[in-house]
Design a protein around this ligand. Structure first.
Ligand SMILES: NC(=O)c1ccc[n+]([C@@H]2O[C@H](COP(=O)([O-])OP(=O)(O)OC[C@H]3O[C@@H](n4cnc5c(N)ncnc54)[C@H](OP(=O)(O)O)[C@@H]3O)[C@@H](O)[C@H]2O)c1
Length: 355
């Protein structure tokens, strides 16, 4: 298969949000450097990070103009120098944190690529390198989840939130999920024990009521804004853990006074990119656990909403507006831009769906 000189791609021209993401048809196809592979993108994941980058609030993010998208899955069509362990023709998924996934071709670091499980299509694997490991890292190595614990999860209808709900239930927790009301059915279907309205509920009061005043053992906080203070207030004194990994609703502050006199909790920050770089052994445990869960059938292929590459700007605007379509139908799914919808050639399933 020959590789063209140019391709379709979505470029972000400002830091004013996804309204300034535009389709171009003459973007040069990138070449893989040392340790990199070029993939023909079958599907690119849409993540909240894409919004943060388009608004310039993602620390160290790309500067416009840049090709959007940080998660790409597809077929390896060229190898850079020094690549081992990844073969031409293999289907892989990886992160390209400075953008480049919303395109027909993308370059990924070979060492960071995960193989797409046998029988899964490219789009069914979306989440495997962003939202799934983030949820797992928050729950297990950082959150130290244990059976019987109570775990409130913010943004539970999102890509990361849905897999977190499913996994927290798998690990034996009682889950209190926060989401917009129109998304409650989708989250309840994942096994959440209690649903609260993310836009109006006083989460701390709800958690106290549901735990007879004891508070939550572990809070997964990614909503930001007022949810941050609510999470601190909802956690059990002394032993409660709050893992903070997102701030969709904005920044908030905590002082040393607060920790001493008001919120005697364990406050844990999570950034999956930093975790990969600074604690590779922890990341490798997380990925090992994830592939174990896939093999055991706890995590299965996703059923993402497919939208064409040209619909990318609208898809991101819907995400930013907390559109109800963002209540994803499946715990392991993610909105997906089918970059080569016509060229997508899913391999025949070799086993049934395991989710
Ligand atoms: N630190 C890391 O390494 C890392 C990795 C992955 C994701 N994240 C973060 O985790 C969060 C979820 O990411 P995702 O990609 O899984 O999310 P997503 O699928 O885009 O879903 C985001 C969810 O956040 C909720 N939300 C709450 N406040 C919001 C606001 N002000 N604007 C928009 N949505 C809001 C929405 O739910 P309701 O409308 O139902 O409330 C929505 O379902 C984001 O904050 C993201 O930045 C962090």
């Amino acid at each position: 298969m020959s590789i063209p000189a140019t391709m379709r791609a979505l470029t972000q021209s400002s830091l004013d949000g996804p309204g300034d993401l535009h389709l171009v048809t003459d973007m040069p196809v990138p070449s893989p450097g040392v340790g990199e592979v070029l993939i023909r993108v079958g599907a690119a994941g849409v993540n909240f990070v894409d919004i943060s980058q388009s608004r310039g609030v993602f620390a160290g993010g790309p500067k416009p103009p840049y090709v959007g998208g940080i998660e790409a899955a597809g077929e390896v069509v060229a190898l850079g120098d020094g690549v081992t362990g990844v073969e031409l023709g293999a289907h892989v998924i990886g992160i390209t944190i400075m953008g480049g996934a919303f395109a027909e071709y993308a370059v990924l670091f070979a060492a960071g690529c995960a193989p797409i499980p046998q029988g899964w299509t490219d789009e069914q694997a979306l989440g495997m390198v962003v939202s799934w490991p983030t949820a797992l890292a928050a729950l297990k190595p950082l959150g130290q989840i244990a059976p019987g614990e109570t775990v409130p999860i913010h943004a539970a209808a999102g890509g990361t939130g849905q897999v977190a709900v499913k996994l927290a239930k798998h690990y034996g927790a009682t889950v209190i999920a926060a989401a917009s009301p129109q998304k409650h059915d989708a989250v309840r279907a994942l096994g959440a024990d209690y649903l609260v309205d993310s836009r109006s509920a006083d989460l701390a009061a709800e958690v106290m009521r549901l735990t007879d005043g004891a508070g939550a053992d572990l809070v997964l906080e990614s909503a930001g804004g007022p949810a941050f203070q609510a999470s601190l207030a909802a956690a059990k004194r002394v032993t409660g853990r709050v893992v903070v990994f997102g701030l969709a609703g904005g920044e908030d502050a905590i002082t040393n006074w607060d920790l001493v006199y008001k919120h005697q909790v364990h406050l844990i920050g999570l950034n999956i990119g930093v975790l990969i770089q600074s604690a590779p052994q922890v990341f490798s445990q997380v990925m090992g656990e994830m592939f174990g869960l896939i093999a055991a059938g706890v995590l299965g292929p996703g059923t993402p909403t497919i939208r064409d590459l040209a619909d990318g700007p609208q898809a991101l605007q819907d995400l930013e507006a907390r559109d109800r379509r963002q209540a994803r139908p499946h715990p392991n799914s993610s909105v997906c831009l089918a970059c080569r919808r016509c060229g997508l050639k899913p391999r025949a399933p070799e086993r049934g769906n395991v989710a």
